[in-house]
Design a protein around this ligand. Structure first.
Ligand code: FEO
Length: 405
């Protein structure tokens, strides 16, 4: 065990005892360019309580950090806010080593953990607490049910003594850093990574997020610290208000004056079309982000689409289908179920030209506001590129019309 690893004090008797995964670059298909953290927390007092654990390979790191404060066997209780394995993956090891007298979970959490650990955990010590307030000796908790934010088992635990909301995945981000607090980091980096996290993890659950976060706000908890399971801990009142209002904004998916033009290309014809379309949109003063899928990642596309008013997808027809990288991007986006987007398609073709129709089929399945697509045979002429530019102008006008209304 690495004994140089220490806990990090976040309030009078609460410590961060998690792990930093500096080099993870793929989190179940989501590109985590800046790594991540798995945050576990230790509350000390007449009873010692561990909140969440870490991904299994980082178990020793968590134990080393706990050991810098108390002996792990002196942990009396564990609270498991979320069953996904980046937080529960070492729960069986922690139970074995710490022998807690109880593990507090949500009702769905107990079911999910049973389906993960089967007979490797003695579930008779589990107590279902979601939606309840409970005094654990001198520690007072409100367990807030946050089902589908973002798994059925998800709950948040509010520690009344210190005003700390242990928010599991909510309000977190994939960001490895030596700093533990939100206010120690660059605000633009935080916005980028928090919105990227929302787009890639929480977007499909936006209607539930809206409801759950509004319910949380309605509880009028005196939140002094938000301690999520990933990324930095939020302690400044203004930052707490900002992250909550960002969630309410993203959950509503209110479009801004922005288009995402995503494409791939075989012989540069669709790329040439994309460049003319981008110019047309720009000419209306609408922000554009252009993504060539061959040199980008699906999670970059998801991040850019979050606040955009239009999704513009270009693919050549290849073997009566869309280009494979575009299929990857569309499959991923379909699962994330973005809303409130105008949707456009374009592409070059040789003889059959199915790509634009296939993209239109994706838009229908995603229930986006589909507009007519644009095709060019083989290589675009100057006249074709003027049509592409004009197509971009009409996209810009549509976005401005949508925003103004
Ligand atoms: Fe960070 Fe849903 O696990």
């Amino acid at each position: 065990m690495n004994s140089c690893m220490s806990a990090y004090k976040i309030s009078s008797n609460v410590y961060w005892v998690g792990a930093i995964d500096w080099n993870i670059r793929d989190f179940h298909g989501y590109k985590t360019a800046r790594g991540s953290t798995y945050n576990a927390y230790l509350i000390t007092g007449s009873k010692n309580i561990l909140i969440d654990t870490v991904k299994r390979p980082f178990y020793d790191e968590m134990i080393a950090r706990i050991s810098s404060v108390i002996l792990p066997e002196n942990i009396d209780y564990i609270i498991s806010n979320h069953a996904e394995m980046d937080h529960s993956g070492s729960l069986d090891l922690a139970i074995k080593e710490c022998s807690p007298s109880k593990v507090y979970v949500s009702t769905m959490g107990k079911k999910a953990l049973k389906a993960h650990f089967h007979d490797r955990i003695d579930f008779s010590i589990f107590e279902e607490v979601s939606g309840k307030s409970l005094d654990i000796d001198e520690a007072h908790f409100d367990f807030v049910e946050t089902r589908m934010l973002h798994w059925p088992d998800s709950m948040m635990s509010y520690y009344r003594n210190e005003g700390i909301l242990f928010s599991q995945d909510g309000f977190g981000m994939h960001l490895a850093s030596s700093e533990r607090f939100f206010d120690e980091l660059d605000p633009s980096l935080l916005y980028e990574e928090a919105s990227r996290y929302y787009a890639n993890i929480l977007l499909p659950f936006s209607p539930v997020v809206d409801k759950q976060v509004n319910s949380l706000v309605g509880l009028n908890l005196d939140i002094k610290i938000i301690a999520p399971d990933h990324g930095p801990i939020i302690r400044r009142s203004l930052d707490i208000q900002t992250v909550i209002s960002n969630y309410l904004k993203w959950a509503k998916q209110i479009p801004v004056s922005k288009a995402v033009v995503v494409y791939d290309t075989m012989w540069q014809s669709t790329e040439t079309m994309a460049r003319a379309i981008v110019d047309g949109i720009c000419s209306k003063g609408v922000k554009v982000v252009s993504i060539k899928m061959k040199s980008s990642h699906r999670s970059d596309l998801a991040a850019e689409i979050l606040e955009s008013g239009a999704l513009v997808v270009g693919s050549p027809t290849i073997n009566r289908n869309i280009y494979p990288t575009i299929a990857d991007g569309m499959c991923y986006l379909k699962g994330l179920a973005p809303k409130n987007k105008l949707a456009y398609s374009f592409g070059s073709y040789g003889w059959s030209g199915e790509a634009v129709g296939i993209l239109g089929g994706y838009f229908d399945e995603m229930r986006l506001d589909k507009k007519e697509g644009l095709k060019v045979n083989y290589v675009p002429t100057t006249q074709d590129l003027i049509k592409c530019f004009d197509y971009g102008v009409s996209i810009g006008n549509d976005i401005l019309g949508r925003i103004e209304n």
